[in-house]
Write a protein that binds this ligand. Sequence first.
Ligand SMILES: C[S@@+](CC[C@H](N)C(=O)[O-])C[C@H]1O[C@@H](n2cnc3c(N)ncnc32)[C@H](O)[C@@H]1O
Length: 282
Amino acid sequence: MSTYEDYNQKSHLYDTQRYAVGTDVMAAMMQFYCGKKLQDLHILDAGCGTGNYAKALVGMGARQITLLDASSGMLEMVKCKLSDYIARGVVKQVIEAKMPPVPFPDGTFDVVMFNLVLNHLDRGDPAFPNGVNTLKESIRILRPDGLIVVSTILSSTFSSVTWFSQLNMELTNRFNATILPSVEQFEKMFEDAGIKCIQKLNILGSDLYKSYYNLNGSLDESWRKPSAYWSFATTEEVATAVQKVEMLKANGEYEKWVKEHDHTNSSGVLTIFICKRSLANI
Ligand SMILES: C[S@@+](CC[C@H](N)C(=O)[O-])C[C@H]1O[C@@H](n2cnc3c(N)ncnc32)[C@H](O)[C@@H]1O
């Protein structure tokens, strides 16, 4: 089974669907737990994608940031978007590499962040060997007081709070089992890697997704195309979801159905884990 979803195909569409939600909270946590100002922290954005989080952090004052991703297409977007900061040396390096390993010398960074990445490393393997090895690598490349920031969508969150995931629960259950770990699975990954989670946060709202309330989205291929969820669906599963939307619309029940199945404002979509190396690793 493939352990890596190829983002080259959707790199030019990715930013039409995502915001760097939670960056302000991450920046505050980094400064608080590292005891340094943002501009003094060397941050690795591991699995940076198109650089949304890096760009937001630089906008808040970060002055030393390194980016890594396995997809050359995503990195092309980074190089365009952050060209000024690359020229000024604020972005120190942009590296194409598939994790694990994480190819930097020991003790390089104050913070290693993985935004919506760890869940992509082990498709369908409940022991998460690549996730665990990547987290172990993050300890190696961190300075002694360094921080690890992991953001993710949990399987329980996805299926119970986002309205579109409830159009076809069979698809959602398969997607969850293959690609979205539960909170218990993340905790086991941290334990196996020798990492201690010191803070868990949920960001309320649906702001991770652009056009989340575009109710015709699920009927629109350009809305579905950048999404890992929809790329997971068979043609028949997409057709079933579209059929359900059309039926609800025809009955004048669609808006009400979406409202009843959307719980992003009370539960949120994005979960952030703030972690340090465990005592045994100091
Ligand atoms: C959902 S995107 C998240 C991108 C970015 N962190 C963000 O939040 O906008 C997942 C990213 O992880 C990258 N990725 C997946 N597996 C990887 C691996 N083994 N090593 C490095 N990057 C990987 C993909 O290429 C993609 O850019």
